[in-house]
Design a protein around this ligand. Sequence first.
Ligand code: ADP
Ligand code: MG
Length: 702
Amino acid sequence: MVTNKNKLSGNNNQTAFSFISQPVTSLPGIGEKSGTGLSRLKINTIKDMIFAFPYRYEVLLPNSNNEDKNILAGAFEGSTIIRTRNGKSLLKAVFKGEYGYFFCLWINFNHNYPSSILHTGTYYYLYGVTTKYDGVLSIFHPEIINKDDIGSIRSIYTVPAGLTLSVYRKALKTALNKGLKEIEETLPYNILDKYKFPNLCDAVYTIHNPNTNENVKSILNRTHPAYKRFIYDELFYMQLVMQLKRKTYNKSKGIKFNIDKYYLQVIKNVMPFTLTPAQKKALIEIFNDMISNKQMNRLVQGDVGSGKTIISFIAAAVAVHNSYQVVIIAPTEVLAEQHFQNAIKFFEKLNISVELLTGSTKKKSKETIKSGLADGSINIIIGTHALIEDNVEFKNLGLIVTDEQHRFGVHQRKTLIDKGCTPDVILMTATPIPRTLAMTLYGDLDISIIDQLPPGRIPCITKAFKAKDIIKAYNMVEEQLNKNHKAYFIYPLIDESDKLELKAATQSYEEVKKYFKNKNVGLLHGKMKSEEKRQLLYDFKNGDMDILVSTTVVEVGVDVPEATVILIENAERFGLSQLHQLRGRVGRNSLQSYCLLITSDDISSYSRERIQAMIDYTDGFKLAEADLKLRGQGDFFGTKQSGAPELKFADIIKDINIIKQVRDDVEYILMHDEELKTDENYNVRKTLISMYKDSLSYFRIG
Ligand code: ADP
Ligand code: MG
């Protein structure tokens, strides 16, 4: 039986064995060694090679633009071998051209090459970088080309050491000649028609062989239909996957909460303020998800200080009123602690029990809390991300709120589903991003935007100071302190090592203390125990501490409304979103607030532009846009942050219009053929399955 089965699958494999799935080493000129080198460039199969596009093009012309490359033409007169000073041999060939003599030089030449192929008196065209050798016009290691090659276009590829471009090109030529016909179209034909895109084979061919100068130009400026096709293609699958995920989430049966109007009134009565229209809108969107039987997956985007917390608290109260439990996850212990303090105040008036569970919760209370969650006597648990993984059992989990930074991953979702829960999920972002961008990146989530700050907020005034002018900044701080307001002093993590960080912070702390003699100054740093941190933050918020000097930036997600000024040292070392987050620590009431950015005396123009953006924009969405423009998308998303996909062709800023088209197209396709079963979408289905064979099951799990 087993043998039979093996045999069968073996046969199947053989019939499925296509040319393009063979290893590159089966191409002419590509040996084992080159194969290993190519493999490092992620080129393993012939198909990989076909899809490894040139990174630039060269036009073969005399005095051509590229890297001072030139074509020299002349008759070969003879050659000599010279010993260089460091003992290498150099082959010097002399040519007589129209404008005089020139040399071609080869170091470490192969004995049969090039002397064996150069014939005295024959006219040659030589291509390469020209220099002067012994005062004579020369080319090192020229390429011998044909007259017909003049004016032709060369595609330049990344090749591993030991493999020459000409060998690579020959192998690629074979790959394209034989393999291109096996490449299957990935986009629906009506999309190709709609946008007049070439089919995949033609597009691939054109990118490898642009033929004309016009083609090269339009590929480089991204307007060539072949190039646009790849942009579209890339965005299409990114969008498709997200919309599919979203559809599965929406389908997975969630909890149908009941929203009791009378209870909402009860909540309203215990609230210290009325919601802004933007908060109300977000809350209604959340309620609509809660009453439907689909599982909520909603991202709440709001600028720093826009009041996201209260929204999640209200949703939590409603869930508890429906006899469900709620988890609120914060990125750090300090933030969890702060949420907990706020939560107690809010929920105790509603008779809802809240507990805090973090890494530093004592073992004994941990056990008590865990059993309280299991038997349902605890309604709301606040903690860090570890909470979900820390084999905590719930009696009846109904809502998860994750605050700041963390996306609630597929993995955690699966963990929960395996526990038998399909709770609603609210995600709250720390870094707002422009709406169109959010739709591209978070297309799998529903999005609510709080685009308004609570009433009476005055935009923070941001000023930059050179380090040598720090006294001016200190004076501004002093003015605030004299009004009985509080101040933050932030120092960047100067060194990875804890010791140095501590030293820098302690030093600054001493300096600040010396300058502000009659003020109370506290120091917060990463090495402190969480109990100490807690006490310190408490003193800053409620006690008579005037200045908080702090190092570890992430830990400063605190809410101290009396703080009206934040001074940030070495501001050029922080990213824009971080600076904006920090600035969000002040301006949390109706007093004028200040953000003072201290920079080194001499900073780069890039840093200057970033600091200027901070001065110009107080709106986090606008700032994010500026940031994206300054940094480019690659940097903006960091390495793996936010699960942003790697884009080879598309550029989420430049291609915003294509993104919108793609989104509409994908929506239309899925509306009419959700399972991609029609002939029209055959290509899509097939491509999707081959791209995501490993993770397809997640779509269903969500
Ligand atoms: P973030 O969106 O950055 O998480 P928070 O939820 O911490 O912002 O809210 C910032 C501050 O604004 C808090 O002190 C909060 O109590 C207050 N706040 C929130 N909503 C309102 C409102 N509608 N009116 C007045 N103050 C509000
Ligand atoms: Mg918050």
